[in-house]
Design a protein around this ligand. Sequence first.
Ligand SMILES: Nc1ncnc2c1ncn2[C@@H]1O[C@H](COP(=O)(O)OP(=O)(O)OP(=O)(O)O)[C@@H](O)[C@H]1O
Ligand SMILES: [Mg+2]
Length: 270
Amino acid sequence: MLEIDNLTCSFGDVTAVDRACLTIQRGELVGIVGRSGSGKSSLLRLVNRLYTPQEGSIRWNGQLVTNLKGRELRAWRQRATIIFQDYNLIPRLDVLTNVLLGTLGGRPLIPAMFKYWPQEVRARAVLELDRLSMADTVFKRTQFLSGGQQQRIAIARAMMQEPEILLADEPVASLDPINAEIVMQNIAEINRDRGIAVLINLHSIDIARRYCARVIGMNRGSIVFDGPVKDLTDDAVAEIYRKRPAACQNPVQSDVRPEGFGPIAQAAYG
Ligand SMILES: Nc1ncnc2c1ncn2[C@@H]1O[C@H](COP(=O)(O)OP(=O)(O)OP(=O)(O)O)[C@@H](O)[C@H]1O
Ligand SMILES: [Mg+2]
């Protein structure tokens, strides 16, 4: 269980995450939606400890995560692995090597530099790719694959770390609708079949409604909505995306409107 309490993270006079409180149970698939600059990525980065909060705490199964250092912090980053919109793969390497790099946190660097991985680790990497219908790409150069395929490689790499929670920062935002569906189905399967909690940032309300049992809405760093997807009505969406006056923040404007928006929400967004 992930417990976030009073979590606050500022950059200068911008409060990216403002006193956030949140509990996520094992096996939950939770979507995060909100305007550009509302703090969605910062929240995930705080959980993964890429960012350090000024205030508040994060606990995983009762263990305090916010004070971890060194080896323990590296271990936590494997347990709470993160995938990004732009995949973060090494394009000139083959698919298998990119996936195997997911094991680096748990093994010495030198054998990896010589591309030596034990047979059983290589077999597991192929299995992870196969689960995502990617086994036929194992020896292909990553850079020649489609965005959807590259995101599935990134997911396979993340799974090599045997995470307990998967953090996904807009994983389908760069993909065409068909590939976005495939990747969302892959993520939903991982959640359902392995009981891995998933915390996923989405800019599509439609995708959040179809895939997430629970949705969190953020606005100006604050969690302004947290409830079952059935409560994510058009009015609720409008409230999440409502322009709020800046107190001490620089507003981040975006012309990108969320997809799957009803007329009420569209009006509120402007
Ligand atoms: N490393 C950083 N340095 C300075 N400011 C940051 C940093 N990370 C986030 N911020 C600021 O914190 C606020 C929240 O940003 P964040 O990226 O978390 O929003 P977001 O909801 O993910 O936006 P988007 O939908 O555009 O990805 C913004 O004002 C952003 O400029
Ligand atoms: Mg973001």
